[in-house]
Ligand binder design. Sequence first.
Ligand SMILES: CC(C)(COP(=O)(O)OP(=O)(O)OC[C@H]1O[C@@H](n2cnc3c(N)ncnc32)[C@H](O)[C@@H]1OP(=O)(O)O)[C@@H](O)C(=O)NCCC(=O)NCCS
Length: 233
Amino acid sequence: MILYGASGHAKVIIDILEAMGIEVSELFDDNNSLEKLQNIKVSIPRETTEKLIISIGNNRIRKKIVESNSYTYGVAIHPTAVLSPYAHVGEGTVVMQGAIIQSDVVVGKHCIVNTGATIDHECQIEDYVHVSPNATLCGNVKVGEESWIGAGSVIIPGIKIGKNLVVGAGSVVIRDIPDNCIAAGNPCKIIKQKDNSMKEDLLIKLNLWGKYLIYNSIDVIGLCNLKIERYAA
Ligand SMILES: CC(C)(COP(=O)(O)OP(=O)(O)OC[C@H]1O[C@@H](n2cnc3c(N)ncnc32)[C@H](O)[C@@H]1OP(=O)(O)O)[C@@H](O)C(=O)NCCC(=O)NCCS
């Protein structure tokens, strides 16, 4: 398996794959100054027939990488995670230590179900969602594409969480939340709109095109990466 993104998040996925008995042969990263992570070689991304997992926490960046490449993807599910035999987990998804996914849950592609998160019966989690550590999704919750559920948040049964939104850490969600906002607190309320998505998109595209067009111009790539971290975190 190859991991795309030589990050702290990748370190956790390396542990998970090791526990599954799967070897990580290589990591890809756009930053050509990285040589190794956990003693595994880091290379510039290229076409490959080997299965891959995108080890980048930012939902939008995982989506952009999938859309601009034709890789095939594996899954990483830690042996201490508990999955119902009637749950479905899509390709590219990572289920971390101690997570629980109950019956009739559908988790989409390229999602992160982080350490100790629980997703109860019949929840539907769309692609590129991140459910952070210890978040609790009660039964029949729906989460839209690219949304990020903060650490330790609780979502009561039957709630519909929109697309491309953030639920703040420790929130208690008792009402549906619309697309493209940041919501937080107990009870969880909208605190702001996510109004920078066009800027974020442009910066991510620049970064992805940059590796082909201006690869030797390290300053430009570095600047793009810095801005992505600032705007897309
Ligand atoms: C929700 C969140 C994204 C907001 O970040 P932000 O856009 O930088 O917002 P700010 O820090 O400017 O806060 C704006 C307001 O919301 C409040 N707020 C922010 N996060 C909050 C939270 N989790 N719960 C309650 N209120 C929160 C702040 O107190 C502030 O209120 P004020 O205007 O009355 O002072 C962030 O605080 C958060 O919770 N991120 C999730 C982190 C996480 O779970 N990481 C897991 C990684 S695996």
